[in-house]
Design a protein. Structure first.
Length: 438
């Protein structure tokens, strides 16, 4: 169940001074295309350069499966021999071509494949974890862009009110209702506030620029003339008893820890399989052309040899003296133990993060409700009352300015509370392994 808080121009109209929101919205803003957070997040997933780089690790891991399935290559060797008896004719060459191949034992190939496949799952979970971090970054940037935009809108409204006071004091100065000092004071306040407005606009521009890094390209390239839709939706957390099981199943750091444990277990199995010895089988042929009877250099007769071919088969087995040391097994098992402890730690952290995020979201929602239901309305009533009293001569300029500053501070607190709700909502959704919705 989702509870919506509409933070748009209609609400702003109930808490701002004098002018209507319609007069403050430029024609370009009216014609702009609305962009909600879901569309922005989808664009981040599609265009993020960092995410594309991370996806290459999955491609590499999948290629490792094919590599793991490769069997040892056969080896071909050839030798030649010839007798060196000094006779009238050279003895023929005897050729001995041989093909040899290592026979894997102990299930090495199956163990390699299993380890490679679990490495693919680990790479996929690692990329999913990076994607969650990208979600958090994108949500924070989007929330800040909305907050700073509303800050500018509020300050522009206050600036309009201050300008009206200056104009009114100019008229009243001519008829003698106010003195020159009061007129100067109102001008000073307006000019000082103009500097604050310029800073707020700069902050809003910076926040909009901060939307680009997650996209991997300028924001205006993908979304020309887009206007952020800041009608944020508060996440209904529900009970902790339902959130914790979901976090243990779907949370990325837990899934990464679980995939790491599986991969290290498969790697340990591969280490054990690699300790088995692999015999080498060789198959060869020895071919001699033969030669006739002859006489050597001393005139002694030399018996001839008939043409012959011989087939040979040999088997060589290494003597595994080095296998007496079991350091590789100890190291592999130690890695598995560490991964088991890391998984338990990740589960404990997940439980803590879910509880913490749930408390923070509830607290932020309470603060927002307090601003929304009471503080803003009361602060605006005070400003309106003192403003009327000021123009009727029953209140001083300083009293009106103090009331206006208090109302502005309240509105800034309201905007910050709204941003805190959005951030806390994002953190809770990520803590339970859910794609954030704002």
């Amino acid at each position: 169940m989702m509870k919506q808080f509409k933070f748009n121009s209609r609400m702003a109209a109930s808490v701002v001074l004098a002018t209507t929101v319609a007069s403050l919205i430029s024609p370009a803003a009216v014609a702009a295309t609305p962009l909600n957070f879901a569309s922005y997040l989808a664009a981040v997933e599609a265009h993020s350069l960092e995410l594309k780089a991370q996806n290459e690790t999955v491609t590499s891991a999948k290629a490792g499966v094919g590599i793991a399935g490769i069997r040892p290559d056969p080896e071909f060797s050839i030798g030649a021999s010839r007798e060196t008896v000094k006779t009238g004719a050279n003895r023929p060459v005897t050729w001995t071509p041989t093909v040899s191949m290592v026979i894997e034992t102990g299930g090495k190939r199956d163990a390699r494949l299993k380890a490679a496949r679990s490495n693919v799952l680990l790479a996929e979970e690692t990329v999913a974890g990076f994607r969650s971090e990208l979600y958090a970054t994108a949500a924070a940037a989007y929330t800040e862009a909305c907050r700073t935009r509303e800050v500018v809108a509020r300050k522009e409204q206050t600036m309009t009110a201050l300008s009206k006071v200056v104009d009114a004091n100019g008229v009243r100065r001519k008829v003698g209702d106010v003195g020159g000092i009061e007129l100067l004071q109102s001008r000073v306040e307006r000019d000082q506030f103009q500097a604050e407005l310029m800073q707020a606009r700069s902050d809003a521009d910076s926040a909009m620029l901060n939307l680009s890094p997650a996209l991997g390209q300028p924001f205006e390239t993908l979304f020309p003339d887009a206007q952020l839709s800041c009608d944020l939706t508060a996440f209904d957390a529900g009970s902790i008893s339902k959130l914790l099981p979901q976090a243990l199943l779907e949370r990325n750091d837990v899934r990464i820890a679980r995939a790491t444990l599986d991969n290290l277990r498969d790697s340990a199995s591969l280490v054990r399989a690699n300790r088995s010895v692999d015999p080498t089988v060789s198959l060869g042929v020895s071919a001699a052309r033969g030669y006739h009877d002859s006489v050597d250099a001393n005139g002694d007769p030399v018996d001839g040899t008939p043409r012959s071919r011989a087939l040979s088969l040999s088997l060589s087995i290494p003597i595994p003296l080095s296998r007496r040391d079991k350091g590789d097994i100890v190291q592999a098992e130690a890695g598995v133990t560490q991964a088991m402890l890391a998984l338990r730690q990740a589960e404990l952290k997940a439980e803590t993060d879910v509880r913490t995020a749930s408390v923070q979201l509830a607290s932020a929602q309470q603060r927002l409700a307090r601003y929304h239901d009471g503080v803003l309305v009361d602060a605006q009533k005070v400003v309106d009352g003192i403003r009327l009293s000021y123009f009727s001569g029953n209140a001083s300029l300083l009293e009106w300015l103090a009331a206006q500053r208090s109302a502005d501070d309240a509105y800034q607190g309201y905007l910050q509370a709204r941003a805190d709700v959005a951030i806390a909502s994002t953190q809770l959704q990520l803590a339970i392994g859910q794609r954030p919705i704002l």
